[in-house]
Design a binder for this molecule. Structure first.
Ligand code: ADP
Ligand code: MG
Length: 429
């Protein structure tokens, strides 16, 4: 997609906006954009440069995102609301067309990465609480103060503060920002890719070696480096990616949210509001604490992905109130007149706190307290879900860690991960 209307090819040392920003290395990409670490020669700081594909529909989407991000920045002069800050925006002409560019504050790894670092075993509750607080501060600000619904909350779209000093980045040769394209090397970017790949391969080998040693020590005690990454860090994060955000009173999409984080009213097409973000937030909190997605639906023979998704919800949260089940444009297709799913009949119920205890080895206390926090967020009736503001008052967020309380009396039993999600327990489908 590096062609007319598509991505803009960037090389290390490329300059943007009249030389103010200098490309350092690629940070990531999405459907619509590539994102580069860039050096801002005016502020002498590193920034993230999001370069949109050039075709009209992408430019339109970028303009919308810029509008939302500007509203967010204007309403939060002290930059304390846990939402990514837009610093600047401009147009950049390249061989593939005009690209809208957004300059954002430079942030670190996403929560998805963090979950992977922890090898899908879940993050300790104390840190989950810290992350949840940040997300709620962001949601309360967006919802109550700005009237904005994010509509695509997921671990990928929540980034930790960067703990890496890019000047000491191991993938970089020098310790100072690159201000020009590396000399005699017209394909700077490509070369960097090769170097990065080599370094990554080396890192992977090192990790494999450590794992081997751990295994030979009988499943040893010393944590991997990646597991240490979070120890002792005050975990703070910010919400990013406002490409799909909308004003509650000016919605344009019916199908919103990434599948696993999608609220039931979106599936049923019964209209939505701020509470769709609260549903996604509940799913994220569960995933952080357990390492598993709360709902990972799949289509199958005789039923669709939507139907599997609803069945998984019912198995964990109980029956959908009839009024909610029959209230959407798609209800007739999915439910019978009693409000039961038409095509998936035999469900296996497993309550959230039992699941936390039995599968994820939570202590009874932790499970009960966490389930009490989560369940209201996952109410089938959207208007019954707590607002972000109410949620911020929930005692769970300020509990001292009961695991720590108990650890003083109990041996430290390591969590056992039982493979695939136990939420997939339907029988005879
Ligand atoms: P898209 O709208 O195309 O999905 P995103 O805004 O989600 O683009 O950005 C794509 C990726 O770029 C992210 O998943 C992340 O890895 C990286 N990224 C985005 N914004 C930042 C930032 N401010 N700091 C660091 N990395 C970022
Ligand atoms: Mg994205």
């Amino acid at each position: 997609s590096y062609r007319k209307g598509g991505y803009h090819a960037v090389r290390v040392g490329d300059q943007f906006n009249g030389g103010r920003y200098v490309a350092q290395r690629k940070l990531g990409w999405g459907q619509f954009s590539t994102v580069w670490l860039a050096y801002d020669t005016t502020s002498s700081k590193y920034v993230a440069l999001k370069i949109q594909k050039s075709a009209a529909q992408f430019a339109q989407a970028a303009l919308h995102e810029i509008e939302v991000l500007s509203t967010i920045a204007n309403g939060d002069p002290s930059n304390s609301k846990c939402v990514v800050r837009l610093i600047d925006h401009f147009k950049h002409a390249g061989p593939n067309g005009q690209h809208l560019c957004m300059v954002l504050e430079f942030l670190g790894d996403s929560l998805l990465r963090l979950i992977k670092y922890r090898r899908y075993k879940g993050i300790e509750l104390k840190k989950v609480r810290e992350i949840c607080k940040c997300i709620l501060i962001a949601l309360d600000y967006l919802h109550r103060e700005l009237g904005i619904i994010h509509t695509d909350l997921k671990p990928e779209n929540i980034l930790l503060f960067s703990t890496i000093d890019p000047t000491k980045d191991p993938f970089r040769s020098g310790l100072t920002p690159i201000l020009e394209r590396p000399e005699g090397n017209p394909n700077g970017g490509v070369t960097m890719n090769i170097i990065e790949k080599k370094l990554k391969r080396r890192a992977r080998r090192a990790v494999a070696k450590i794992s081997e040693r751990r295994a030979s020590m009988g499943g040893a005690l010393e944590p991997l480096k990646s597991e240490k990454k979070l120890d002792g860090i005050d975990v703070r994060c910010k919400v990013v990616d406002f490409g799909n955000a909308c004003w509650a009173d000016n919605q344009f999409a019916e199908e919103i949210q990434t599948r696993q984080y999608r609220a039931p009213e979106v599936i049923l097409q019964s209209g939505y509001s701020y509470s769709v973000d609260m549903w996604s937030f509940g799913c994220i909190a569960f995933e952080l604490a357990t390492g598993d997605m709360m709902f990972a639906p799949k289509g199958g023979q005789g039923f669709s992905e939507d139907e599997d998704h609803l069945a998984l919800m019912v198995e964990l949260l109980g029956k959908i109130p009839r009024k909610v089940a029959i209230g959407g444009a798609r209800s007739k297709d999915l439910f019978d007149r009693y409000g039961d799913l038409k095509r998936i009949r035999r469900l296996k119920y497993w309550s959230l706190d039992k699941l936390l205890i039995e599968k994820y080895k939570f202590s009874e206390n932790d499970a009960r307290e966490f389930a009490e926090f989560l369940c209201p967020l996952l109410d089938f009736a959207p208007e019954k879900r707590p607002t972000a503001q109410q949620c911020l008052q929930h005692p769970w967020l300020n509990l001292s860690d009961s695991t720590q309380r108990e650890m003083k009396n109990e041996p430290n039993v390591e969590k056992v991960n039982v493979g695939m999600s136990n939420l997939q327990l339907k029988v005879g489908k």
